[in-house]
Design a protein around this ligand. Sequence first.
Ligand code: PMP
Length: 437
Amino acid sequence: MDLFDKCVRFTDAKEVMAAGLYPYFTQIDSAQDPEVIIKGKKMIMIGSNDYLGLTTHPKLKEAAIKAVKKYGTGCTGSRFLNGTFKIHIEVEEKLAEFEQKEAALLFTTGVLTNLGTIAGLVGRDDVVITDKLDHASIIDGCRLSFGETRRFRHNNIDDLKRVLHSIDKNKGKLIVVDGIFSMEGDIARLPEIVELSRKYNARLMVDDAHSIGVLGKGGRGTAEYFNIQNEVDIVMGTCSKSLASIGGFITADADVIHYLKHNSRALIFSASPPPSAVASISAAIDIIREEPERREKLWENTRKMKKELTELGFDTGVSETPIIPIIVGDDLRAFQMRRLLFDEGVFTNPVVSPATPKGRALIRTSYMATHTEEQLDRVLEAFENVGKKLGVISGRVVPKGRKVPIRYRWLRKGIKMRKKIKQKVITLMDRVYRYYH
Ligand code: PMP
């Protein structure tokens, strides 16, 4: 049998494309600003993780250019061997200080950080305990580790207690949770998790990918938000969201960092982040410190959108943060809604099962400090139009029995094709998120 046969037979994505509903790999022809250019058309971006709007900040660009001039474009080796420059050390010191921990370790991406930290720490006689909605890279880190993996129901403290109680006292234990959950925007119940981790002698790691720059008075993440910074053993962050670059890091006790420097395969065997990226991370941390008004504006935008989307009748779930899901239920409806919003000039991301529980497909929206009131009002108008058109909120643009205007006819076609396309969407998503849950 030819290994490539499965590639030839893989037509699900092509059929979703033919139905005009394919939402992935969209080409963007401008920077990751609140407005982007796609196919020559201006679109409002509410599908980005650039929470503080720093990707085009002049200080970050300038820092990156300066670093390229001094160090060139790449490191051509891992942190372990030839890829540690002075700026890598400096940024680690800055991150440790920012998070008020003894030391930090910089990886090349957030995914590698989770793989390298979890697989590096959790050995044969250890157990890693994760929330069912933790990010895929945490799940993959567990799969790579030689230890046992146990999971508890999403943000369910009783279930975490049940799991912890059932684990042999003599085993090393690591609890790993997202600080802000990336799909539904809710926050981990950290104070209660800390309490249990202490009671059961488990260490605690918090993935603050979406919380750095966003949560806490100083933007230091979930632990700062709850005022329990000393209680979290490992704070993990990515540099690809609020820090507007690429890379990932952990901050922890110096012994833990030293151990991982010599035991984390994702660190040792992957080339280190390039100078331009490292320099912009450093500049971004400075701005988080110096410009708290950005975070305030982000929260102002978040409050406006949560309030107004809810008032329009949308189900925005349990979100408490700048990630606001619009729960639409059916997978196909999420794809249709994304397409209609796109046609209205709004860029969003659909999230369907198995990344969400069945029947809880959603449009993931996320906001930036740099969105203007006018842009957000345009987004709300688009949501109202599209929500009514699809019957997600009450009222329909095309009343029953009336002739469907030409511009909506593809929708009908979509509905006719529903069963077939729905199956394609399901198998396509199963492929992408096969190991998510
Ligand atoms: N953790 C979480 C919670 C994330 O959302 C992401 C990015 N989607 C990552 C880790 C991985 O980070 P990166 O994209 O920087 O590799």
